[in-house]
Design a protein around this ligand. Structure first.
Ligand SMILES: [Mn+2]
Length: 348
């Protein structure tokens, strides 16, 4: 396992120097944030990013994410040109020595929460997802600002985009994912990069939009669609674990044994009701997920890939990007490193 940490570039209040001082950090998980979705990432920008990270004594371990344009998910005619651009980005990242690319295939909304600063009894704040609150929200007419709500869409554009998904069933969305994979996986193989799809967060449909990367069965279907070690997954304990029906250890064993588990996000959540949860501290006793069992399963598969703490609470008065402050994620990294060290010294 290689401990990594997400960094949002020069605008991130958390600096590379901060991250380097966390014990046991191997590398950085980041992306180019100024390239419009759908365009190929310029090689000079990729190389400059890598240079910035390496001159801080770290490595560019994972690109998370290269976003997939909505036209690809919708199967629109423009997808061929967009997939060409995506392929170009894969080739360039491979040429720059980036080993893993994380991406997702969630229509319109990336990770979604109902509250970004829910106050916990100890005064810290956490992200929460309450199904009742979300089901009352109107993504077109509400004036909401949540992490998954792309502020670059106007109200009309958002309405048109959601309307465009009216005829996109789960099967159609899967066919569009298959079309994408059939074209990009051979490119990734040639470029020496592995693709790691991130599960839906939360792992169920929201706002009537289809979701197809929420369970072991769905992850199997898409990885079996194009058989290649380059067609793998990001295991995210917080995303998959929000649905109690997902057997996290079985998912790790299955994809780990096939060599298709390329990247791990290991955070805890506290399930608070049907389709509802709070993001807790990483510690097992604070949430619903047994983190030792998760890491034990990863350890048992011989996992050598990048792993990172995921969303943290805001503690000690820190201000910053919701879920991505320094302090609680650093505590998470230390805790995960502790479990891993114990496993490494007590298991063969
Ligand atoms: Mn995740």
């Amino acid at each position: 396992m290689k401990m990594t940490f997400r960094w949002f570039g020069q605008d991130d209040p958390v600096t590379l120097q901060n991250i380097r001082q966390i014990p046991g950090i191997y590398g950085i998980v980041t992306a180019l944030y100024d390239v419009p979705v759908g365009e190929a990432w310029p090689m000079p920008s990729i190389l400059a990013l890598k240079e910035t990270i390496e001159s801080a004594g770290l490595r560019l371990a994972v690109v998370e994410s290269v976003p997939v344009h909505e036209d690809i998910k919708l199967g629109r005619p423009s997808r061929d040109r967009l997939i060409d651009n995506y392929s170009q980005t894969i080739r360039r990242l491979g040429a720059a020595g980036v080993p893993v690319i994380c991406y997702n295939f969630m229509p319109v909304f990336d990770w979604t929460r109902s509250n970004l600063a829910h106050v916990l009894p100890d005064g810290s704040t956490a992200l929460t997802f309450e199904n009742e609150t979300i089901s009352r929200m109107d993504p077109v007419n509400g004036d909401l600002s949540l992490p998954g709500w792309d502020a670059s869409y106007t109200k009309d554009e958002m309405g048109q985009l959601i309307a465009a998904y009216a005829d996109v069933t789960e099967d159609v969305l899967f066919d569009n994912l298959a079309y994408f994979l059939e074209r990009i996986i051979p490119v990734a193989e040639e470029a020496g990069v592995v693709m790691a799809i991130h599960p839906d967060d939360p792992p169920w449909p929201i706002f009537g939009l289809p979701r197809i990367v929420s369970s072991m069965a769905q992850l199997r279907r898409l990885t079996e669609q194009v058989e290649s070690p380059a067609n793998g997954i990001t295991f995210c304990s917080g995303s998959l674990g929000a649905n109690e029906a997902n057997d996290l250890m079985a998912i790790i064993r299955h994809f780990g044994s096939l060599g298709k588990l390329h990247f791990a996000h290991t955070r805890n959540i506290l399930r608070t009701g049907p389709r509802s949860f709070q993001e807790s501290a990483h510690l097992s006793s604070d949430g619903s997920i047994d983190m030792t069992r998760v890491l034990e399963a990863l350890h048992a598969t011989g996992f050598e890939g990048p792993l990172r703490p995921d969303h943290g609470r805001m503690i000690w008065g820190e201000q910053g990007r919701p879920g991505y402050g320094l302090f609680d994620r650093a505590l998470g990294a230390a805790y995960l490193n502790g479990i891993w060290e114990a496993l490494s010294k007590t298991r063969s």
